[in-house]
Design a binder for this molecule. Structure first.
Ligand code: ADP
Length: 189
């Protein structure tokens, strides 16, 4: 199926988990900017070195860096017939840049899925994940800061997409599979 989806939601809302499920069900690649940055950090590339400084502080990586990385990724063959973006766009400037990229490809977005979860729940999930995965940005202070940055810079993007008639809000609380079903329903318009 040729479908282009953005998944948006606070850290800990379960975007990565749902992205993997949806990718399989819909047969489209899940593109996670966070994962691409982490792979670059692990591989000690120049991009990784730049990104790490911001990620460890809970800040967003500068738009120019992120935008060109996404442009490269969307240009790859497997993204031609659709994709699911997890973690991009996160700023208004990234929205404009994605619009430009899609226009260049002669494509448009189909859905923006907002996965909702309240702050106490996401903090709890992220602290639990910290124990399991040891991600360097999952300490309590950095988690709180990431949530503030999300509220300030990313939450407002939902208004932009609501105005375009693309926003589908989905409750991110509950069983993983039940949430996947909710998302499938929400995009089955
Ligand atoms: P989470 O959603 O739990 O914060 P991600 O894995 O999506 O985790 O992102 C981890 C970090 O990667 C972010 O805190 C940020 O530093 C960086 N990052 C990911 N996507 C973007 C983006 N679109 N723009 C800027 N920075 C990003």
């Amino acid at each position: 199926m040729s479908v282009r989806i953005i998944l948006i939601g606070p850290p800990g809302a379960g975007k990565g988990t749902q992205a993997a499920k949806l990718s399989e069900k819909l047969g489209i690649p899940a593109i996670s900017t966070g994962d691409i940055f982490r792979a670059n950090v692990a591989g000690e590339t120049e991009l990784g070195k730049t990104a790490k400084r911001y990620m460890d502080a809970g800040e967003y990586v500068p738009d120019e860096v992120t935008n060109s990385m996404v442009q490269d990724r969307l240009g790859q063959d497997d993204a031609k017939a659709g994709f699911l973006l997890d973690g991009y766009p996160r700023t208004e400037a990234q929205v404009a840049e994605l619009d430009r990229m899609l226009e260049g490809m002669g494509e448009k977005l189909d859905h923006v899925v907002e996965l909702t979860a309240d702050t106490d729940e996401v903090v709890e999930r992220l602290l639990a994940r910290a124990q399991l995965q040891g991600r360097s940005d999952d300490t309590e202070d950095v988690i709180r800061h990431r949530l503030d940055v999300y509220a300030e810079q990313t939450q407002p993007l939902t208004d932009i997409y609501a105005e375009r008639g693309l926003l589908r809000q989905v409750d991110g609380l509950g069983e993983v599979d039940a949430i996947t079903d909710r998302i499938i329903k929400a995009i089955d318009t």
